[in-house]
Ligand binder design. Sequence first.
Ligand SMILES: Cc1cc2nc3c(=O)[nH]c(=O)nc-3n(C[C@H](O)[C@H](O)[C@H](O)COP(=O)(O)OP(=O)(O)OC[C@H]3O[C@@H](n4cnc5c(N)ncnc54)[C@H](O)[C@@H]3O)c2cc1C
Length: 381
Amino acid sequence: MDFRLSEDLELWRNTVREFTEKEVAPYDAEMDEANDLNWDIIRKMSEAGMFGIPFPEEYGGSNMGSVAAAITTMELARGSASVALTLDAHWLATEPIALFGTEEHKKKYLPDLATGKKLAAFSLTEPGAGSDAAAITSTAVKDGDEWVLNGTKAWVTNGGAADVYLLAVKTDPTKGARGISTFIVEKGTPGFIIGKKEDKMGCRGSVQTELAMDNCRVPAASLLGNEGEGFKIGMTTLDFGRVCVGAIGVGLAQAAMERAARYANQRQAFGGPLAKLQAVQFKIADMAMGIEAARLLVYYSAWLRDQGKRYTKEAAMIKVVGAEVAMSAAREAIQIFGGNGYSREYPVERLLRDAKLMEIGEGALEVLRMVIGTTVLREFA
Ligand SMILES: Cc1cc2nc3c(=O)[nH]c(=O)nc-3n(C[C@H](O)[C@H](O)[C@H](O)COP(=O)(O)OP(=O)(O)OC[C@H]3O[C@@H](n4cnc5c(N)ncnc54)[C@H](O)[C@@H]3O)c2cc1C
């Protein structure tokens, strides 16, 4: 057993860390204010090779694996959870093409997606169905050599910004989850409409929109995987996404702890720095413990994936743990900053707004606890 990162991984972590400090963190407040992503950062991430980390070299990726991918979102989130989320959502849509796509799909889409020349978006949620994903009502009906898509999608991260969309719709509404299929649809396809942009409380430097399909015709070859395989595709890519979101939680918590510790060392009260107060030391201790424990779970769940082992339970665990560590660290950082923490002039209130998403997106914590609980109970049946 070796707890150290390999030399390559350590080098990559330092590269992303430096990139984040220079190219990402200084712009997070600006993106939050603008409620928009920053294309300059996306371009620089593309130049730095960040989009292709988990994908094969033959399609433009660097094949560095899931631990490297999780490290990337973790380090980016130290500077901006929004930027990390943009990358995570891109991977959610790119990963299924790499895993379930035909050779034609891979050749057509992966080189641009793995290099970040184009952005991708993954769309399962609808206005009437989120946690209960099997209840989606969008449809695809076969018409000769084409499929005709209809329906409305919600909360699509990278909506509008992305060129390539993975849409989960029902091809057989009588079959519940087994009636869902996934289609690759390109922006600009007639009948494919980018809808309203969300005005969110946090992660405002990422974009989410609605999407509508109004008799949107796509060729038969747009079907990804087999008919009826869409739910499986969605759950497979969400496992990977949950590891990356858990990692975002850890990165965000790290940012909260660093800011709180620096502030506590400087701010004077009762004849000395806040850092001398035991109650403040305990808060920092709780943050540090949570972060280190969660970081190990990020590495472990990502490692399981790289070993080709089942990791659905561990992916759900790190999503929950990462979200809770992020929320708790952000909340306590505000407490340490006192009144200043409540002000938008200081950076910690944004962390709390950003952290809240980790408790909802890619599986509400209750749903993930259900996944973990039922798996553990089965293990002891
Ligand atoms: C910023 C943002 C980005 C997103 N990006 C994407 C994206 O790119 N693609 C995409 O497809 N979706 C995306 N989503 C949607 C996200 O995955 C859903 O919001 C999430 O799955 C919850 O679904 P819902 O909002 O419909 O809530 P509901 O399903 O209506 O649930 C509401 C609440 O009910 C509780 N609840 C639900 N089910 C259970 C249960 N079984 N047991 C106990 N309690 C339960 C939970 O507290 C939950 O928060 C995004 C959402 C946000 C906010």
